[in-house]
Design a protein around this ligand. Structure first.
Ligand code: ADP
Ligand code: MG
Length: 456
């Protein structure tokens, strides 16, 4: 089968994306495409010289191998700077390091090698997982599961926001069980989305039974991002039966999701009760100390440690996503290589400003203005004690956003919005959070409010 260039590259990217962290993927593979394929040579368009050098020096072998997996007649890859960059800039800048000066050789294959049988990425292990107060419960539960597979916490359900380490942690369980069972336990990792596609394919090809057999033979099933199954009734039914079979046989199931089972909308009650029937733990946002520990840990791994001052700055501005923290560190490290010297704090500030969305610059007033506008009410009312119906909901929404997106303390929110007690704020927050579970309209309202709030 010969794919067109676009499909070919998308397929290769999908494989690469599974093998490296999101941050690395975003930094190096965003805005790449196959410009042409001629006599077995792929001409890969890349945004700038910097990316070109990096791909050539770090990922060339891997890219070639992935391409050849799909089209064996491919013999080589050439990197072209795409139009976006002026031709002069595409030339090698003065003082630009040559490949041998980059220090690291090609990224070892093991790091990006995903086992096709179990889908586990070997780099997601407990040893590379930094534990802090924000994730220690989830970590402890995961440790407990590997000690008593299938019999203690079944299922284990880990939830939390994006980029906070859920995938890392659940795969670490899988890698641990796999490596410590001497091959006797069959582990399988899958996203719920892939699971659904697999299921649909099996139905379309009249292979429903093969599908059932395939999944039932595993001893440990790890299903990532189960919230995706919201509204997918048939797949939920299949998962429900699969779950029962696992459970009855004391085989372990592990789930991750962006929210707790009770807040995932469009999930059948009987499946929901299975999801929350074992151990449910969340991972929160890392505190400053943990963010610093993660930065230090990651920079040690890359053999490049920026000065404390810089790490502290990064840790203080990038607050709620470990993936972003990793991405920013990658950028800093690369720029230092490029300049062949450590960056100054001002350079770092500039780089981060251009790469991280500036949530911090939004004030309480910005939130109330946008919310009041959106619901067509007088903004002043939000700050007053009035309990008029048309004000109560917008005020609750504003409270919810302040808490959820900015981690503002309950008492402070209460004091600002109508001089209310913190319990009222907690109630408002819970109410909105709860309603979001099954109120599509409210969900869309919040999406729109947020997009108004966060547009540049
Ligand atoms: P999620 O699945 O919650 O969106 P991931 O597990 O994909 O998040 O984590 C995002 C990135 O951050 C990954 O590269 C992961 O290795 C890294 N990461 C997350 N949590 C930790 C941690 N506690 N220690 C070290 N790295 C972490
Ligand atoms: Mg994930």
């Amino acid at each position: 089968m010969v794919l067109d260039n676009k499909r070919l590259w998308e397929t290769v990217l999908a494989e690469i994306e599974m093998g490296i962290s999101q941050a690395t993927f975003g930094t190096w593979f965003k805005n790449t495409s196959i410009n042409k394929l001629e006599s077995g040579i792929v001409f890969l368009g890349v945004p700038n010289t910097f990316v070109k050098e990096w791909l050539l020096n770090k990922y060339h072998k891997f890219i070639l191998k992935s391409l050849r997996n799909i089209q064996p007649e491919i013999r080589g890859v050439e990197y072209l700077i795409s139009r976006q960059e002026e031709p002069e800039k595409a030339k090698k800048p003065e003082g630009y390091p040559t490949p041998t000066e980059w220090g690291n050789q090609q990224i070892p294959m093991s790091e990006i090698y995903i086992n096709k049988e179990d889908n586990l990425n070997p780099k997601y292990v407990f040893d590379l997982f930094v534990v802090g107060s924000f994730n220690e419960l989830a970590y402890a539960a995961s440790q407990a599961v590997v000690k008593k597979v299938g019999s203690l916490y079944n299922p284990l359900f880990i939830y939390g926001g994006t980029g906070l380490g859920k995938t890392h942690l659940i795969q670490a369980i899988g890698n641990h069980v796999k490596n410590n069972s001497g091959g006797s336990k069959r582990v399988h990792y899958i996203t719920s989305e892939r699971f659904m596609m697999d299921y649909i394919n099996s139905v379309q090809n009249n292979r429903g039974n093969l599908f059932k057999e395939k999944y039932r033979k595993y001893d440990v099933l790890i299903m990532d991002d189960v919230q995706f199954l919201s509204g997918k009734e048939k797949t939920q039914e299949e998962l429900f039966h699969l779950f029962n079979s696992f459970y009855e046989n004391n085989k372990q199931i592990i789930f991750s999701s962006d929210k707790a089972p009770k807040y995932i909308s469009g999930i059948e009650d009987r499946l929901r009760s299975r999801l929350e029937g074992g151990m449910t733990v969340d991972v929160g946002k890392p505190d400053l100390e943990s963010r610093l520990a993660i930065l230090k840990h990651k920079s040690r791994l890359s053999n490049f440690t920026p000065p404390d001052e810089i790490l502290e700055y990064m840790g203080s501005v990038i607050q709620d996503n470990i993936r972003e923290l990793e991405g920013a560190l990658n950028i800093i490290i690369c720029q230092s290589y490029l300049k062949k010297r450590p960056l100054t704090i001002n350079e770092v500030k500039g780089l981060i400003k251009n790469n991280i969305k500036p949530k911090k610059n939004i004030s309480i007033k910005d939130v109330t203005t946008v919310v009041a506008d959106f619901y067509h009410i007088d903004e002043k009312k939000l700050y007053e004690k009035t309990r008029k119906k048309e004000v109560v909901k917008p005020r609750q929404v504003a409270m919810y956003i302040l808490r959820e997106d900015f981690n503002t303390s309950y008492p402070y929110i209460g004091q600002k919005l109508g001089g209310r007690d913190h319990t009222t704020v907690i109630h408002a927050y819970d109410k909105i959070k709860n309603d979001l579970g099954d109120n599509q309209l409210l969900t869309r309202e919040l999406e729109q409010i947020r997009s108004l709030l966060y547009q540049n």
